[in-house]
Design a protein around this ligand. Structure first.
Ligand code: 0RA
Length: 628
């Protein structure tokens, strides 16, 4: 039975969620809304992982409510013995009830989301659960964490499954507006990670439906990621194995590109900070190829061992592990901690590589030869750098000539504005607070990172000046302690060209200075789009929405000016609107933003014209509204 004390506890718990939503879902903005949807989807994904669910439909309705439908076993509807209430109600109204009665083999959640559906209920103005089970349709409705109705049978069902609809509470959320680009990105990722699973996303407002299904699972994922690069072997390698209840899946494709794109997932969560699965993978790959190369005499006696990063140059890979009890570590819980996973991944990978290369010795040779070339190129580049340094012409400590540095030498207080164009750079130099703000103007087209070899990258004047201004060096010589500014602010026009430069710079940061993004040091400045003069008052507006709102409120006369570029603002205006820490809006770049930029970049710069055209058509919003 439920005792009065229990009931009071439950009410207190869910009230606590409403009082401090940020503690449970991170924020009450778009990211928080995303958490609500992910929480519900995760339950359906768990059901798919357990092997009972083949389809998930996510629908966003015009009233902002969201429905997640699945064809799993259906949430249990029976009375829970200890609690004395039905299981749907228990799960929906009790904090952390999830684990009480389900004995699922895998859980998606575990660190990142995993707050429980009751949290979604607590933060929803309305919520409805429908279960198809035992030939019947059951329904129960809730609001703000409490039940509105009892669990009732409302019809007959031919199949099984669960349908959950929720409407985020406007009392909690600043604005209920979903980020469709993030949502579709995540659903597509989930379809790859759960091969065969059909996921359908419908945006009823825009009248758009997207269908995600990848019969080939992570092999299709790798093919897609590698499609703009030239592969060194025709089909991706696929490795699969289970040990001690831990399931390992790896797909990899070596290409002639110069960067490595390895994505590691644990229970469908993108572990951007890596962890034991990634360590196991890297160790085994390096060891195996060195042993194999020696054994087959591809590596000679005098050759030194191949280094991991030389082997991984040009590698596109997905590592996906599924673990009964994942441990997620780090501030953002995106690093896998389970120590046993490293040796399990390493063991399975070594064994499978042995079998694969027995059948495909040519592939092994191509990969090892590519690694040797990479290592020679790296040595040559290092030697060239040393020569230059010895000549004293360009010690990496010599700051670029066009950098207008700040007077502060304390990195935690210093900011670097990387500004597109000389004229905007000039305004920024005059408008800045020189005690802590440094300006680096960029001219012309920045190098195409995709097609350039690392050594050549250092020849590019623009990127070279960024690297020297930062002070950290890159790749092997990267040293975070030498970073001269803890805020790196990209400042470009709010037009298509500006968006391209931003995409390019983010891609450069993502591939060569990822640590800076991970530490939250990279920002995007948000210059205003409009200036309105209303009598004596001058106001700046940063989006078309703000302009619409202003128009709605001001029926009288006002002078409107649209800024076509940063260069149109005088130094004072630029300071007031975009640089003054008291007033400016900065967007902190997340690793996901940088990854998306990397994808946009690869497609835009890739050689497939038809694909590029489709991409631009589908993502015109992203490219023109700078939502990268
Ligand atoms: C607990 C146990 C079982 C299924 C579920 C939860 C479940 C929850 C949700 C939420 C959305 N979709 C879902 N699908 C399943 C298994 C019960 C059994 O043994 O049949």
């Amino acid at each position: 039975m439920v005792y009065e004390a229990d009931q009071i506890k439950v009410l207190e718990d869910l009230e606590a969620v409403r009082v401090r939503p940020g503690m449970y879902i991170g924020s009450t903005g778009q990211a928080g809304l995303m958490h609500l949807i992910e929480e519900i989807i995760d339950n359906s994904i768990d059901e798919a992982l357990a092997g009972y669910c083949t389809e998930i439909h996510v629908t966003v309705h015009p009233d902002n409510s969201v429905t997640v439908w699945d064809n799993g076993r259906g949430m249990p509807v029976g009375i829970h013995k200890e609690a004395g209430i039905n299981a749907v109600e228990l799960v929906m109204t009790t904090l952390h009830a999830g684990g009480k009665f389900d004995n699922k083999s895998y859980r998606v959640s575990g660190g990142l989301h995993g707050v429980g559906v009751s949290v979604v209920n607590a933060l929803s103005e309305y919520m409805r659960v429908e279960v198809r089970r035992n030939g019947k349709i059951y329904r129960q409705e809730f609001s703000r964490g409490q039940k509105l109705t009892e669990l009732e049978v409302v019809g007959e069902a031919a199949d099984t499954g669960t349908t959950i609809t929720f409407l985020p509470d406007p009392e909690i959320f600043d604005e209920v507006k979903y980020n469709f680009s993030k949502l579709s990105h995540r659903l597509r990722e989930l379809s790859y990670l759960n091969g065969g699973l059909l996921i359908i996303l419908t945006n009823e407002v825009a009248g758009v439906t997207r269908r995600y299904q990848a019969k080939g699972g992570i092999v299709s994922f790798v093919k897609e990621l590698a499609q703009n690069k030239s592969p060194l072997h025709s089909e991706p390698l696929y490795v699969h194995g289970t040990e001690s209840g831990i399931e390992i899946e790896i797909a990899m494709q070596f290409t002639d590109s110069y960067d490595e794109s390895i994505f590691a997932f644990a229970n469908n969560i993108n572990t951007v900070d890596g962890g034991t699965h990634l360590t196991g993978f890297k160790t085994a790959l390096t060891k195996f190829l060195n042993d194999y190369g020696r054994d087959k005499k591809i590596l000679r006696k005098n050759d030194s061992n191949l280094r991991g990063d030389d082997i991984r140059e040009g590698l596109v890979a997905i590592i996906s592990v599924k673990i009964p009890e994942p441990e997620f570590e780090g501030q953002t819980k995106t690093k896998l901690g389970n120590p046993e996973v490293a040796s399990i991944v390493a063991g399975i990978l070594q064994e499978e590589l042995g079998l694969y290369f027995k059948k495909h010795p040519k592939v092994a040779r191509v990969i090892i030869e590519k690694s040797v070339t990479a290592s020679r190129a790296r040595a040559a580049a290092a030697k060239a750098r040393k020569m230059v340094r010895r000549k004293g012409a360009l010690a990496s400590t010599t700051l670029p000539g066009k950098l207008a540095d700040c007077s502060s030498t304390d990195p935690t207080k210093s900011e670097l504005f990387i500004v597109e164009g000389d004229s905007a750079g000039g305004s920024a130099k005059q408008g800045r607070d020189r005690t802590f703000q440094a300006i680096l103007p960029l001219r012309g087209k920045v190098l195409n990172v995709e097609k350039a070899r690392l050594a050549k990258l250092l020849d590019n004047k623009e990127l070279h000046s960024i690297i020297t201004a930062l002070g950290t060096g890159i790749r092997d010589e990267f040293n975070l302690d030498k970073l001269r500014y803890h805020k790196l602010i990209l400042m470009a026009d709010a037009d298509v060209d500006g968006a391209h430069i931003r995409t390019l710079l983010l891609t450069f940061f993502y591939r060569y200075l990822r640590m800076l993004v991970e530490h939250g040091y990279v920002y995007i400045a948000q210059p205003p789009l409009y200036q309105v003069k209303d009598g004596k008052k001058t106001l700046y507006l940063y989006s078309d929405e703000e302009l619409d709102a202003f128009r709605a409120e001001h029926t009288g006369k006002f002078a409107l000016k649209r800024f076509k570029g940063l260069g149109e603002m005088n130094p004072h205006e630029l300071w007031e609107t975009t640089m003054n820490p008291e007033k400016r809006i900065l967007k902190q770049v997340e690793i996901r933003d940088a990854l998306e930029a990397d994808e946009v970049f690869s497609t835009l710069m890739g050689s497939d014209v038809a694909q590029r055209r489709d991409f631009i058509r589908e993502n015109s919003d992203k490219i023109t509204t700078l939502d990268i």
